[in-house]
Write a new protein. Sequence first.
Length: 317
Amino acid sequence: MSERGSGLVGLGEFGLIDRVTARLSYGPAVLLGPGDDAAVVAAPDARVVASTDVLVEGRHFRRDWSGARDIGHRAAAANLADVAAMGARPTALLVALCIPPDLASGWAEDLADGLAAEAATVGASVVGGDMSASPTLTIAVTVLGDLGSRPPVTRAGALPGDVVALAGRTGYAAAGLTVLSRGFRTPRLLVEAYRRPEVPYPAGPAAAGAGATAMIDVSDGLLADLGHVAQASGVAVDVRRDAFEVPRQMRDAAQALGVDPYTWLLTGGDDHALAATFPPAVALPAGWRPIGGVAAGSGVTVDGRQWEGPAGWDHFR
């Protein structure tokens, strides 16, 4: 990916901050934006949902695989999805950048554009952060959210008899990563899913309003993340393989690369779908589909059987 603009040594930290903040706009929740020691964000619910995530070059992204705007979208999405998974609405993002001094200033500006654009899809704003020189490009994002007077939906409320449901898609980003790692740039559907996830943010508050008993952002793989729900709730979760349709592009890529597409669908991360459990009598909100059930016991199974192999991503495995 090409990088425009001069290096950061001549521009300096505060020159770059001025360029980046000049590109930002602010929603009604922002009472005071960048330019002071801290931002001020309205919290009408009197509670603030907060989450943070970090992306490290070479570990979470590569600049030869994704443009700066795409990486900005991904960095924001990873955090915004966490707030949606609590049943809340994101309001503000804080971004810390550790940047190699030889990075082109235009790259950082494009990153800010991607962060701001993804935040804007849910009415949130980038309100501040920090910058530092570093040999490794690192992006740390903190998100704030508003529950709108509802209790948070945690991982710990699933009950035997509940329906397991999914909003959004899984496996697309993982398939795109595999394609890129093998040196290809197509199918475009999969590669673009890795570069810029399509997150069903409104599905989180909708699930909370419908009475979801537990919910989680699928960031590390569906089976792995449902495992967190099972452990926190003290239940067993079973997923039905036939609840997942393998799109043609994924099926063709899997055949060409010698991969079982269900490995992508069930254990691939970074699409940031939302998984939740609902009482059996509850009508699922729009955008949610059933994929399994909850029972007494522990652990996660697929069609009643243990899954062979890793259930998802582990940073230290």
